[in-house]
Design a protein around this ligand. Structure first.
Ligand SMILES: Cc1cc2nc3c(=O)[nH]c(=O)nc-3n(C[C@H](O)[C@H](O)[C@H](O)COP(=O)(O)OP(=O)(O)OC[C@H]3O[C@@H](n4cnc5c(N)ncnc54)[C@H](O)[C@@H]3O)c2cc1C
Length: 352
């Protein structure tokens, strides 16, 4: 019998398992998918925090300040821990003056954590909580892959939303936590994602980052009825959440030719549009404007189980990563950072 059961071998679950084994506990990690790494493996690998805690509060005003404070204060030592485990650091800057963090090579990061996590049982989802009182960490990555939960909490257009994550995160942790008596956080309708080239574009997981259409700030954003939306956030999370609730979970980005050379990080608007066109999205060029059809894609849900500062959701049950809500609520902060910090905290608390 193990000292700790972990559900999910993504960022949060692997961090929990590796930390638990460092504390000399025996751990079994159940993983629903056919590989470890979860959405972390598909990500850009930037694990970051706001430089100033006040900026974090301002950007995610509806999150729990105590949980946010823990992410803010513990991230730097957690990043150093990952490097000590052998995770390859590609960059030690985010390129955004308001944030600090490191970029990891994601396969190497997953490999380093897997090597420390011990017994990982692939293709074995956790279906019920251990009946023998063994503590459990729920780290199943949110509920974006379950259309019914998306419809209930996020949008009536759930059937049309694209999924931009691992294909296995379907609310299993949420259901197990609620059955054990956990409460839900606010912001159950919020998610992190990107607008992506609309069908018939084909988007493979390795294209989730390069095909993101991240130039709403340089476009007129409108729905099929011609109603417009003005982007207010640098992450454009407000735009993708709005798009998800429009007919067909679609929007049009109308871009003036004069904006095609504008840069968003290292790419130009024109580059992103060309990538969408190559993928097969409807793109129309006429009278000095380019119109691109985009569809809302969900990367992770942001609402979830209500954790306390020890990561606990109910007696003997802990949650971390996207299964735990209340951190990015009202905006967006690094999902990898919260998963890393609370994966470690959940393991420490579960074994205390
Ligand atoms: C394209 C892309 C780019 C991203 N870029 C960034 C970035 O640069 N920075 C950042 O901070 N975040 C980024 N993210 C988000 C980040 O990847 C997630 O926030 C993070 O991976 C969440 O960690 P997690 O452990 O909660 O979930 P995951 O890493 O997704 O792991 C969850 C795991 O649980 C498994 N699972 C599901 N159900 C069960 C079950 N019943 N039993 C057992 N296992 C189960 C799943 O198969 C999966 O392996 C990105 C995501 C994507 C997809």
């Amino acid at each position: 019998m193990a000292d700790l059961v972990v559900a999910g071998a993504g960022m949060a679950g692997l961090a929990a398992a590796a930390r638990a084994r460092e504390l000399r506990a025996s751990v079994v990690v159940y993983e629903k998918g056919d590989r470890a790494g979860g959405s972390m493996l598909l990500s850009s690998g930037f694990i970051w925090r706001h430089r100033d805690f006040e900026d974090f509060r301002e950007e995610c005003p509806d999150g729990d300040p105590e949980l946010q404070r823990l992410v803010h204060e513990r991230l730097d030592s957690a990043l150093a821990w990952l490097e000590e485990l052998g995770a390859p650091v590609l960059e030690r800057e985010t390129g955004n003056p308001l944030t600090s963090g490191w970029k990891f090579q994601t396969q190497g990061l997953a490999d380093a954590l897997v090597a420390r996590a011990g017994d990982i049982r692939l293709r074995e989802p956790l279906r019920s909580l251990p009946g023998d009182g063994t503590p459990v960490v729920l780290a199943t990555g949110g509920f974006q892959c379950d259309r019914e939960l998306l419809r209930e909490h996020v949008t009536p257009e759930a059937d049309h939303v694209l999924i931009r994550s691992n294909p296995w995160s379907a609310g299993d942790g949420l259901r197990l936590g609620v059955a054990a008596g956990a409460a839900l956080t606010g912001g159950m309708g919020e998610f992190y994602g990107r607008n992506m080239p609309a069908p018939p574009a084909e988007i493979a997981p390795e294209d989730y980052v390069p095909l993101a259409q991240l130039y709403a700030r340089h476009a007129r954003v409108e729905n099929a009825r011609g109603e417009t939306f003005e982007t207010r956030t640098w992450s454009e999370i407000d735009t993708v959440q709005w798009t998800a609730r429009q007919p067909g979970a679609r929007a049009r980005y109308v871009v003036q030719d004069s904006a095609l050379g504008e840069h968003v990080r290292e790419r130009t608007v024109g580059d992103m549009i060309e990538a969408a066109e190559r993928a097969g999205a409807p793109v129309e060029r006429r009278d000095g404007t380019t119109t691109v059809q985009v569809a809302a894609a969900v990367t992770t849900t942001l609402g979830g189980l209500r954790i306390d500062p020890s990561g606990r959701v109910a007696e003997g049950v802990f949650a971390a990563g996207a299964d735990a809500g209340g951190i990015s609520t009202g905006g967006y902060s690094s999902g990898l950072a919260a998963a890393l910090v609370f994966g470690r905290i959940a393991a420490e608390s579960a074994l205390a």
